[in-house]
Write a protein that binds this ligand. Structure first.
Ligand code: PLP
Length: 396
């Protein structure tokens, strides 16, 4: 028997969302998540994945994953702290530390999980966290879980950060104070002002935490935003995901050895959730090795990103101020944005509309994620479709 209260809650809220056109319908893929995808039997140029380097379908990674399955099976069998740590996990973590230029690293089951794990292992109710207002949902949830006082900072506003850091330090209420930020903000493609953040952190003795989910594999010749600014020894927590440019799934923290040692005994997803599968670990390790050996894919990603930006800009679209390959196409009105994305889809481009409340009201955009796997022909075709739909709908 189903609870009446639950039924009522679900019906009312689902109807409300559907009535407002905000209920997200998911389109399953019938193909790999590559540069061209198949949905409902139709091929579409894919500008929506985080598979920045095309590694999710790379033959070398597939081979590494298949080999690991042959050797170790499909599951790790336990949590890391019991006996779910395979030698493969240790090798991946050593590789990650090398990749991030840190003493040590620890892997988790996802980037989301990583923020659940790391923040609350160090921060508690007697502490404060200065958090950029546009930080990722998993950072927000990780901060909440810690029970520390969360102090919202205006997006990339260094005056606001400085004032709030000063106030938090001088009020004497907090044992520890952390500043936490995305490395790259995924809605606009802008980069955190890490040199200034580090300066403020040094002045007020703040713990520094950078979640570089969208920066790793992209900035700093692939090593990420912290490396891009040459600040590897100044950031306490470098968070990364294995799910975006790396092409697999998982997350990690890279930092000093004593920090990682602490996370191994205190971070709950490490202690209470089964470790990454052998296939994921082997594929991720291969991926990092490829990134460290060559910048070829990284260069191609930037080339494609710049090509798409130039094409859309020349047509008269507002592409914002992205500093990375992420290319928003800002339409403005929410329903116009959704209609625009739908028309692109009908014409053969898969690019998602992102609207309020994910981005501020009136700044609805179709967000494009070009990758290293796109060919010039695919991008030309996408730009031509943008032109057709843009003119038809009076956006350009
Ligand atoms: C995508 C993202 C995550 C989540 O990573 P997953 O590995 O997909 O769980 C965490 N933080 C930021 C900033 C992200 O962009």
């Amino acid at each position: 028997m189903s609870s009446h209260t639950l039924e009522q809650f679900l019906n009312e809220n689902l109807e409300d969302l559907k009535g407002k056109g905000l209920y997200n319908v998911i389109d399953p893929l019938e193909s790999p998540n590559g540069p061209v995808i198949t949905i409902n039997g139709k091929e579409l140029i894919n500008l929506s994945s985080n598979n920045y380097l095309g590694l999710a379908t790379d033959e070398r990674l597939k081979k590494a994953a298949a080999g690991a399955i042959e050797k170790y099976g499909v599951g790790a069998g336990a949590v890391r702290t019991i006996n779910g740590t395979l030698k493969l996990h240790v090798e991946l973590e050593e590789k990650l530390a090398e990749f991030k230029h840190t003493e040590s690293a620890i892997a988790y089951q996802s980037g989301f999980n990583c923020n659940m794990a790391a923040i609350s292992a160090v921060m508690d109710k007697n502490d404060a966290i200065l958090s950029d207002e546009l930080n990722h949902a998993s950072i927000i949830d990780g901060c909440r879980l810690s029970k520390a006082k969360i102090i919202r900072v205006n997006h990339s506003d260094m005056e606001d950060l400085r004032a709030k850091a000063k106030e938090a330090k001088e009020c004497g209420l907090y044992n520890k104070i952390m500043v936490i930020t995305d490395g790259v903000f995924s809605m606009d493609g802008d980069i955190a002002l890490l040199p200034e953040i580090v300066k403020i952190a040094e002045e007020f003795d703040l713990i520094t935490y950078v979640d570089d989910a969208h920066g790793s594999g992209v900035l700093g010749d692939g090593a990420g935003t912290v490396k891009h600014f040459g600040l590897s020894d100044k950031i306490d927590f470098q968070i990364g995901t294995l799910s975006k440019a790396i092409g697999v799934v998982g997350g990690y923290v890279a930092g000093k050895k004593n920090l990682i040692d602490w996370l191994k005994v205190r971070s709950r997803p490490f202690l209470f959730s089964t470790s990454l599968t052998p296939a994921d670990v082997a594929a991720s390790k291969k991926s990092i090795e490829i990134l460290m050996e060559s910048t070829e894919l990284n260069k191609k990603l930037w080339e494609n990103g710049n090509y798409l930006k130039k094409g859309l800009k020349e047509l008269g679209f507002n592409i914002g101020n992205s500093e990375t390959p992420i290319t928003p196409c800002i339409i403005g009105d929410e329903s116009l944005t959704q209609q625009f994305s739908k028309r692109l889809n009908e014409e053969g481009v898969y690019a998602k509309a992102i609207v309020f409340p994910t981005v501020p009201k009136g700044t609805g955009r179709v967000r494009n994620m070009p990758t290293a796997a796109h060919t010039k022909e695919m991008l030309d075709q996408a730009i031509a479709i943008y032109e057709k739909v843009g003119k038809e709908m009076g956006v350009i």
